[in-house]
Design a protein around this ligand. Sequence first.
Ligand code: CP
Length: 315
Amino acid sequence: MSLLPHKHLLSLADYSEQDIAILLDTAERMKEILDRPVKKVPTLRGVTVVNLFMEPSTRTRISFELAEKRLSADTLNFSASGSSLSKGETLLDTALNIEAMKIDVVVMRHKSPGSPHFLARHLDAIIINAGDGCHEHPTQALLDMLTLRQKFGTLKGLHVGLVGDISHSRVALSNIIGLSKMGAHVVLCGPTTLIPRGVERFGVSITHSLDETIRTCDALNILRIQLERQEAGLFPSLREYQAYFGLTRRRLDQAKAPLTILHPGPINRGVEITSDVADSEHSVILQQVTNGVAVRMAVLYLLAGAQPVAAETKM
Ligand code: CP
Protein backbone atom coordinates (compact mmCIF):
# COMPACT_ATOMS: atom_id res chain seq x y z
CA MET A 1 0.00 0.00 0.00
CA SER A 2 1.49 3.29 -1.11
CA LEU A 3 1.36 6.36 1.16
CA LEU A 4 0.94 8.45 -2.00
CA PRO A 5 -1.95 8.11 -4.48
CA HIS A 6 0.49 6.41 -6.89
CA LYS A 7 1.92 2.94 -7.23
CA HIS A 8 4.97 3.98 -9.29
CA LEU A 9 7.25 6.96 -9.82
CA LEU A 10 7.61 7.11 -13.59
CA SER A 11 7.24 10.82 -14.32
CA LEU A 12 6.72 13.95 -12.23
CA ALA A 13 3.91 14.76 -14.67
CA ASP A 14 1.81 12.18 -12.75
CA TYR A 15 2.46 13.88 -9.39
CA SER A 16 0.56 16.89 -8.05
CA GLU A 17 2.00 19.88 -6.18
CA GLN A 18 0.78 18.25 -2.97
CA ASP A 19 2.43 14.91 -3.80
CA ILE A 20 5.73 16.67 -4.46
CA ALA A 21 5.44 18.65 -1.22
CA ILE A 22 4.84 15.40 0.71
CA LEU A 23 7.92 13.87 -0.93
CA LEU A 24 10.10 16.89 -0.07
CA ASP A 25 8.80 17.07 3.52
CA THR A 26 9.42 13.34 3.97
CA ALA A 27 12.93 13.74 2.54
CA GLU A 28 13.65 16.38 5.22
CA ARG A 29 12.67 13.83 7.88
CA MET A 30 14.86 11.22 6.20
CA LYS A 31 17.78 13.67 6.36
CA GLU A 32 17.46 13.64 10.14
CA ILE A 33 18.02 9.87 10.09
CA LEU A 34 21.16 10.37 7.98
CA ASP A 35 22.53 12.73 10.63
CA ARG A 36 22.14 10.18 13.43
CA PRO A 37 25.13 8.15 14.72
CA VAL A 38 23.26 4.97 13.65
CA LYS A 39 21.87 5.80 10.21
CA LYS A 40 19.49 2.89 9.86
CA VAL A 41 15.79 2.29 10.55
CA PRO A 42 13.72 -0.90 10.14
CA THR A 43 11.02 0.79 8.01
CA LEU A 44 11.39 -1.37 4.88
CA ARG A 45 12.37 -4.64 6.55
CA GLY A 46 11.05 -7.49 4.40
CA VAL A 47 10.88 -5.36 1.23
CA THR A 48 13.14 -6.48 -1.63
CA VAL A 49 14.41 -3.90 -4.13
CA VAL A 50 16.29 -4.64 -7.35
CA ASN A 51 18.37 -1.87 -8.88
CA LEU A 52 18.12 -2.55 -12.61
CA PHE A 53 20.75 -0.26 -14.11
CA MET A 54 21.31 -0.68 -17.83
CA GLU A 55 23.16 2.60 -18.30
CA PRO A 56 26.16 3.98 -16.40
CA SER A 57 25.51 5.80 -13.13
CA THR A 58 27.46 6.82 -10.06
CA ARG A 59 25.24 9.12 -7.96
CA THR A 60 21.80 7.65 -8.64
CA ARG A 61 22.83 4.05 -8.31
CA ILE A 62 24.85 4.43 -5.13
CA SER A 63 22.30 6.71 -3.46
CA PHE A 64 19.40 4.37 -4.23
CA GLU A 65 21.37 1.44 -2.83
CA LEU A 66 22.32 3.45 0.25
CA ALA A 67 18.72 4.62 0.71
CA GLU A 68 17.51 1.00 0.53
CA LYS A 69 20.11 -0.12 3.07
CA ARG A 70 19.33 2.81 5.42
CA LEU A 71 15.67 1.69 5.39
CA SER A 72 16.66 -2.00 5.95
CA ALA A 73 15.31 -3.23 2.60
CA ASP A 74 16.95 -6.23 0.93
CA THR A 75 18.87 -4.89 -2.06
CA LEU A 76 19.97 -6.55 -5.29
CA ASN A 77 22.01 -4.92 -8.03
CA PHE A 78 21.61 -5.88 -11.66
CA SER A 79 23.98 -4.71 -14.40
CA ALA A 80 23.37 -5.34 -18.07
CA SER A 81 27.00 -6.34 -18.58
CA GLY A 82 27.54 -9.91 -17.44
CA SER A 83 23.80 -10.67 -17.57
CA SER A 84 21.87 -12.90 -19.96
CA LEU A 85 20.84 -9.80 -21.93
CA SER A 86 24.14 -10.33 -23.74
CA LYS A 87 22.83 -13.78 -24.81
CA GLY A 88 19.75 -12.21 -26.39
CA GLU A 89 17.26 -12.29 -23.52
CA THR A 90 14.74 -9.46 -23.81
CA LEU A 91 14.29 -6.72 -21.24
CA LEU A 92 10.79 -8.00 -20.45
CA ASP A 93 11.93 -11.61 -19.99
CA THR A 94 14.77 -10.40 -17.78
CA ALA A 95 12.39 -8.35 -15.65
CA LEU A 96 9.74 -11.11 -15.43
CA ASN A 97 12.41 -13.61 -14.33
CA ILE A 98 13.68 -11.23 -11.66
CA GLU A 99 10.13 -10.59 -10.48
CA ALA A 100 9.51 -14.35 -10.29
CA MET A 101 12.12 -14.36 -7.50
CA LYS A 102 9.60 -12.33 -5.42
CA ILE A 103 10.94 -8.80 -5.51
CA ASP A 104 8.76 -5.83 -4.55
CA VAL A 105 10.38 -2.78 -6.14
CA VAL A 106 12.37 -2.21 -9.35
CA VAL A 107 14.54 0.90 -9.60
CA MET A 108 15.31 1.24 -13.28
CA ARG A 109 17.74 3.20 -15.41
CA HIS A 110 17.63 2.57 -19.14
CA LYS A 111 18.69 4.37 -22.30
CA SER A 112 15.23 4.07 -23.89
CA PRO A 113 12.61 6.71 -23.03
CA GLY A 114 9.47 5.03 -21.66
CA SER A 115 11.15 1.79 -20.60
CA PRO A 116 10.03 2.12 -16.93
CA HIS A 117 6.46 2.76 -18.18
CA PHE A 118 6.75 -0.42 -20.25
CA LEU A 119 7.79 -2.49 -17.22
CA ALA A 120 5.03 -0.92 -15.12
CA ARG A 121 2.49 -2.27 -17.62
CA HIS A 122 3.83 -5.84 -17.38
CA LEU A 123 5.05 -6.30 -13.80
CA ASP A 124 3.24 -6.27 -10.46
CA ALA A 125 6.25 -4.67 -8.75
CA ILE A 126 6.52 -0.97 -7.91
CA ILE A 127 8.62 0.73 -10.61
CA ILE A 128 10.81 3.77 -9.90
CA ASN A 129 12.30 5.63 -12.85
CA ALA A 130 16.00 6.34 -12.20
CA GLY A 131 16.46 7.97 -15.62
CA ASP A 132 15.06 6.88 -18.98
CA GLY A 133 17.10 8.15 -21.91
CA CYS A 134 16.41 11.81 -22.76
CA HIS A 135 12.98 11.64 -21.11
CA GLU A 136 12.81 12.02 -17.32
CA HIS A 137 14.82 11.71 -14.11
CA PRO A 138 12.20 12.38 -11.42
CA THR A 139 14.33 11.73 -8.33
CA GLN A 140 17.02 14.09 -9.63
CA ALA A 141 14.46 16.89 -9.98
CA LEU A 142 13.16 16.12 -6.48
CA LEU A 143 16.63 16.40 -4.99
CA ASP A 144 17.28 19.60 -6.95
CA MET A 145 14.01 21.05 -5.61
CA LEU A 146 14.85 19.95 -2.07
CA THR A 147 18.24 21.68 -2.32
CA LEU A 148 16.65 24.89 -3.63
CA ARG A 149 13.94 24.82 -0.97
CA GLN A 150 16.57 24.44 1.75
CA LYS A 151 18.47 27.43 0.34
CA PHE A 152 15.52 29.77 -0.34
CA GLY A 153 12.84 28.48 2.07
CA THR A 154 10.30 28.11 -0.75
CA LEU A 155 10.16 27.30 -4.45
CA LYS A 156 7.26 29.68 -5.09
CA GLY A 157 8.30 32.69 -7.14
CA LEU A 158 11.88 31.49 -7.54
CA HIS A 159 13.53 32.10 -10.94
CA VAL A 160 15.56 29.03 -11.86
CA GLY A 161 17.70 28.89 -15.01
CA LEU A 162 18.37 25.55 -16.67
CA VAL A 163 21.46 26.11 -18.78
CA GLY A 164 22.87 24.06 -21.64
CA ASP A 165 21.78 20.91 -23.37
CA ILE A 166 18.03 20.97 -22.69
CA SER A 167 17.16 18.67 -25.61
CA HIS A 168 19.14 15.68 -24.42
CA SER A 169 18.58 16.20 -20.69
CA ARG A 170 16.12 14.10 -18.71
CA VAL A 171 17.04 16.27 -15.72
CA ALA A 172 15.74 19.32 -17.59
CA LEU A 173 12.30 17.91 -18.35
CA SER A 174 11.75 16.63 -14.80
CA ASN A 175 12.91 20.00 -13.39
CA ILE A 176 10.64 21.93 -15.76
CA ILE A 177 7.63 19.85 -14.70
CA GLY A 178 8.43 19.79 -10.99
CA LEU A 179 9.51 23.41 -10.54
CA SER A 180 6.53 24.73 -12.53
CA LYS A 181 4.12 22.69 -10.38
CA MET A 182 5.75 24.12 -7.25
CA GLY A 183 5.31 27.72 -8.43
CA ALA A 184 8.85 28.50 -9.61
CA HIS A 185 9.54 30.19 -12.93
CA VAL A 186 11.87 28.26 -15.24
CA VAL A 187 14.19 29.96 -17.72
CA LEU A 188 15.80 27.75 -20.37
CA CYS A 189 19.14 28.98 -21.73
CA GLY A 190 21.18 27.32 -24.45
CA PRO A 191 21.96 27.25 -28.15
CA THR A 192 18.87 27.08 -30.39
CA THR A 193 19.94 23.59 -31.50
CA LEU A 194 19.84 22.29 -27.90
CA ILE A 195 16.41 23.67 -26.95
CA PRO A 196 13.50 21.45 -28.05
CA ARG A 197 10.90 22.98 -30.34
CA GLY A 198 7.55 23.61 -28.61
CA VAL A 199 8.94 23.55 -25.07
CA GLU A 200 7.21 26.94 -24.46
CA ARG A 201 4.00 24.98 -23.83
CA PHE A 202 5.36 24.17 -20.37
CA GLY A 203 5.20 27.89 -19.50
CA VAL A 204 8.99 28.39 -19.47
CA SER A 205 10.96 31.38 -20.80
CA ILE A 206 13.66 30.82 -23.39
CA THR A 207 16.84 32.80 -23.91
CA HIS A 208 20.10 32.24 -25.75
CA SER A 209 22.05 34.65 -23.53
CA LEU A 210 23.77 33.25 -20.46
CA ASP A 211 24.57 36.79 -19.27
CA GLU A 212 20.85 37.67 -19.32
CA THR A 213 20.01 34.43 -17.47
CA ILE A 214 22.59 35.25 -14.80
CA ARG A 215 21.13 38.74 -14.33
CA THR A 216 17.53 37.54 -13.93
CA CYS A 217 17.72 34.24 -12.02
CA ASP A 218 18.09 33.28 -8.36
CA ALA A 219 19.68 29.90 -9.15
CA LEU A 220 21.19 28.16 -12.13
CA ASN A 221 21.13 24.43 -12.78
CA ILE A 222 24.00 23.84 -15.19
CA LEU A 223 23.43 20.81 -17.41
CA ARG A 224 26.08 18.56 -18.80
CA ILE A 225 26.76 18.50 -22.51
CA GLN A 226 25.57 14.96 -23.25
CA LEU A 227 28.21 14.02 -25.79
CA GLU A 228 27.07 10.39 -25.80
CA ARG A 229 23.51 11.28 -26.89
CA GLN A 230 24.22 13.94 -29.49
CA GLU A 231 24.24 13.86 -33.23
CA ALA A 232 27.21 15.74 -34.67
CA GLY A 233 27.01 19.44 -35.51
CA LEU A 234 24.61 20.79 -32.87
CA PHE A 235 27.27 23.34 -31.97
CA PRO A 236 30.55 24.10 -33.75
CA SER A 237 32.99 22.96 -31.04
CA LEU A 238 33.30 22.50 -27.28
CA ARG A 239 35.51 25.60 -27.23
CA GLU A 240 32.78 27.69 -28.86
CA TYR A 241 30.13 26.21 -26.54
CA GLN A 242 32.28 27.11 -23.55
CA ALA A 243 32.74 30.67 -24.85
CA TYR A 244 28.98 31.31 -25.10
CA PHE A 245 27.39 29.02 -22.51
CA GLY A 246 30.17 28.00 -20.11
CA LEU A 247 29.66 29.38 -16.59
CA THR A 248 32.80 31.19 -15.44
CA ARG A 249 33.60 33.27 -12.36
CA ARG A 250 33.73 36.44 -14.52
CA ARG A 251 30.19 35.80 -15.75
CA LEU A 252 28.91 34.90 -12.31
CA ASP A 253 30.10 38.22 -10.93
CA GLN A 254 27.39 39.99 -13.03
CA ALA A 255 24.60 38.46 -10.93
CA LYS A 256 22.24 40.91 -9.14
CA ALA A 257 22.74 38.90 -5.92
CA PRO A 258 24.82 35.80 -5.13
CA LEU A 259 23.53 33.03 -7.40
CA THR A 260 23.10 29.46 -6.26
CA ILE A 261 24.73 27.00 -8.63
CA LEU A 262 23.47 23.44 -9.10
CA HIS A 263 24.74 20.70 -11.39
CA PRO A 264 23.28 17.17 -11.50
CA GLY A 265 26.68 15.64 -12.38
CA PRO A 266 28.76 14.27 -13.83
CA ILE A 267 30.53 17.58 -14.53
CA ASN A 268 32.51 18.30 -17.68
CA ARG A 269 34.90 20.69 -15.93
CA GLY A 270 35.99 23.52 -18.20
CA VAL A 271 33.09 22.98 -20.63
CA GLU A 272 29.69 23.88 -19.10
CA ILE A 273 31.25 25.12 -15.85
CA THR A 274 34.75 26.06 -14.70
CA SER A 275 36.25 24.43 -11.62
CA ASP A 276 36.45 27.72 -9.70
CA VAL A 277 32.64 28.04 -10.00
CA ALA A 278 31.85 24.36 -9.42
CA ASP A 279 33.93 24.38 -6.24
CA SER A 280 32.93 27.89 -5.11
CA GLU A 281 30.89 29.09 -2.15
CA HIS A 282 27.93 29.51 -4.57
CA SER A 283 27.89 25.83 -5.47
CA VAL A 284 25.48 23.39 -3.78
CA ILE A 285 26.53 20.46 -5.96
CA LEU A 286 27.63 18.18 -3.13
CA GLN A 287 24.59 19.19 -1.05
CA GLN A 288 22.50 17.92 -3.99
CA VAL A 289 24.27 14.56 -3.72
CA THR A 290 23.63 14.35 0.04
CA ASN A 291 19.98 15.24 -0.55
CA GLY A 292 19.80 12.49 -3.18
CA VAL A 293 19.97 9.80 -0.49
CA ALA A 294 17.21 11.45 1.57
CA VAL A 295 14.96 11.93 -1.47
CA ARG A 296 15.37 8.32 -2.54
CA MET A 297 14.64 7.14 1.00
CA ALA A 298 11.46 9.26 0.91
CA VAL A 299 10.37 7.83 -2.45
CA LEU A 300 10.99 4.24 -1.34
CA TYR A 301 9.27 4.79 1.98
CA LEU A 302 6.21 6.50 0.51
CA LEU A 303 5.76 3.95 -2.30
CA ALA A 304 6.80 0.73 -0.57
CA GLY A 305 6.30 1.46 3.13
CA ALA A 306 3.15 0.11 4.73
CA GLN A 307 3.06 2.33 7.83
CA PRO A 308 0.87 5.46 7.97
CA VAL A 309 2.79 8.74 8.03
CA ALA A 310 1.88 9.32 11.70
CA ALA A 311 3.89 6.25 12.62
CA GLU A 312 7.06 7.84 11.24
CA THR A 313 8.00 8.83 14.80
CA LYS A 314 9.10 5.20 15.17
CA MET A 315 11.77 5.67 12.50
N1 CP B 1 22.81 12.90 -11.76
C1 CP B 1 22.92 11.62 -12.16
O1 CP B 1 21.95 11.00 -12.62
O2 CP B 1 24.17 11.11 -12.03
P1 CP B 1 24.57 9.60 -12.36
O3 CP B 1 24.42 9.43 -13.85
O4 CP B 1 25.98 9.43 -11.89
O5 CP B 1 23.61 8.70 -11.64
